[in-house]
Design a protein around this ligand. Sequence first.
Ligand SMILES: Cc1ncc(CN)c(N)n1
Length: 210
Amino acid sequence: MIRSLALRDAAAELWEASLTHPFVRGIGDGTLDERVFQWYVRQDYRFLIDYGRLLSLGAARAPRLSWMRRFAALSLAVLETEMELHRSFAARWDVHDLEATVVEPATAAYCDFLLRVASLGDFAELVAAVAPCMWGYAEIGTALASSATSARYGEWIEMYASEEFGELAAWSRELLDEVEGDLDRMREAFVASSRHELAFWEAAWQSAAA
Ligand SMILES: Cc1ncc(CN)c(N)n1
């Protein structure tokens, strides 16, 4: 089986649970409480700072110049374009201190995992750990765009359903298929990352009860 599809298969239940998670559904139909979404935007902002670091580590460790260039460009795109989406939501709420957000356990666990794999794993494990961040968000964005009825979180859906994100997801699959690496270790990293993605949605959802 094609390696990217084998990895996707190994995490199928986690991906389905993310796609059907009440937080994700609430973004899609616009019923998600704005305070809960704010919590997510703040945490995701802090996540994206470390995600940018992870992509820079990907650039530093890439064995091919074309991959190095792509990782470097992606790091910049996250720090500028993707985080700008969060800054624009925050500005709407008159929030100007996103960087000062206290990192919650689910965010810290995911960031620590990604940076540990990027530092101590091999390049193939790094690629496997980062893939669910790219491919998973594109899949969710596309699914919500095809069924969404509310414009409340429209910019969020638009970004992750965009052609650019679809292309990024396709590149991450290509990378999974082309990189030289051990399938078992890649599977472990891919599934762990997928589990952290689901935990992130769940933590955001549970923030409503806090
Ligand atoms: C937790 C998480 N994972 C992935 C993405 C998409 N870059 C994100 N914004 N946040």
